[in-house]
Design a binder for this molecule. Structure first.
Ligand SMILES: [Fe+2]
Ligand SMILES: [Fe+2]
Length: 332
């Protein structure tokens, strides 16, 4: 009796195998390593959106630098907004290690082809908003970014270590500003409560849609780019923030918010996901303004980029001339 010879199993692709082992062992993938195209593309998209968020995120609070009520508050806010610029620059550099082109990423942002965090499309109406942004938005950023320090892509993970240290300062300066205002007048306390009411729900939306509606999450988790789900991180943020709100003496605007003894966590209401969709798709209160200001800043900076490029070219030319004259002077 003859049997059909079984097809020999294809040998595993050694490059893919090495990548899979790196992920399985919790080692880091570095720029020189082979990686699947989908992994590279996912990271470029995530890091670019993160970089854009840092840069656009300078705008809501940046508006308050010239109107800060004291020199001390101005210096703190200036340092904070400058940090956000630095975060954007680290992240664009991390994207470049994956072969992305920084000018191309900026073009995608100002042409509305690449997104940034929905939260920065809301206005900062009063100086209390500066405090609440630090407390909520930088607080949410910490919840999101601390796990990214263990992300599988080395340059991204390492950038996050420094970014998180600075985010921690951002959160504290916001909370300290609010503590000061709450010790002030009735009007100042009302201003803080009003800012809390406006920023609470958009801050919960920063973690993205509920897990069931987050199609890319499973693959990012398998690649260990993402370590926790949107809903887990949202829960962590709520649990961290509730006692801080009590200490501050403000009310979080959610009638369903209460401690659940059984779960050892807070139950809370459902954000308005249609609002998130609207803001993400460009119809938030400040989308058009944020992007047009970024575009104007980019255009106004053209001469700086051209001057820097011309200077770099001149330096390179001089180095080359010096090298040529040395080799002529000392023939072998
Ligand atoms: Fe930041
Ligand atoms: Fe920050």
């Amino acid at each position: 009796m003859t049997t059909a010879a079984a097809e020999p199993a294809a040998p595993p692709d050694p490059l893919q195998q090495h990548f899979d082992d790196t992920i399985a062992r919790d080692h880091r993938v570095e720029p020189r390593d082979w990686m699947p195209e989908g992994y590279r593309r996912t990271l470029v998209r995530q890091i670019a959106q993160h970089a854009h968020s840092e840069i656009i995120g300078m705008q809501p609070e940046g508006d308050w630098i010239t109107r800060a009520p004291s020199l001390r508050r101005k210096a703190i806010l200036f340092a904070k907004v400058q940090d956000e610029a630095g975060h954007g620059l680290y992240l664009y550099s991390a994207a470049e290690t994956l072969g992305a082109d920084r000018a191309d990423l900026t073009r995608r942002l100002i042409e509305g082809r690449q997104k940034y965090s929905s939260i920065f499309n809301y206005p900062a109406d009063t100086f209390a908003d500066v405090g609440v942004i630090g407390w909520f938005v930088d607080g949410a950023a910490i919840c999101n970014q601390v796990p990214l320090c263990r992300s599988s892509y080395g340059p991204y993970a390492r950038a996050m270590v420094r970014v998180c240290k600075e985010e921690s300062f951002h959160q504290r300066q916001g909370y300290e500003l609010l503590l000061t205002m709450m010790r002030g007048t009735e009007g100042q306390r009302a201003m803080v409560q009003n800012a809390v009411d406006r920023w609470w729900w958009p801050s919960l939306m920063m973690f993205g849609p509920p897990d069931g509606d987050s199609p890319n999450s499973a693959q990012s988790t398998a690649w260990k780019i993402k370590r926790h789900s949107n809903d887990e991180l949202r829960q962590r943020f709520v649990d961290m923030t509730v006692p801080q709100a009590e200490r501050l003496g403000v009310t979080l605007p959610d009638p369903e918010l209460r401690w659940n003894e059984e779960r050892g966590s807070h139950d809370f209401g459902t954000p308005d996901w249609t609002e998130l969709q609207r803001v993400i798709s460009g119809d938030g209160p400040r989308n058009a303004e944020r992007v047009s200001r970024r575009r104007a800043a980019h255009e106004e900076g053209t001469w700086v980029r051209e001057a820097a490029a011309a200077h770099a070219a001149k330096q390179a030319e001089r180095r080359e001339e010096a090298a040529t004259s040395r080799s002529v002077a000392c023939p072998r």
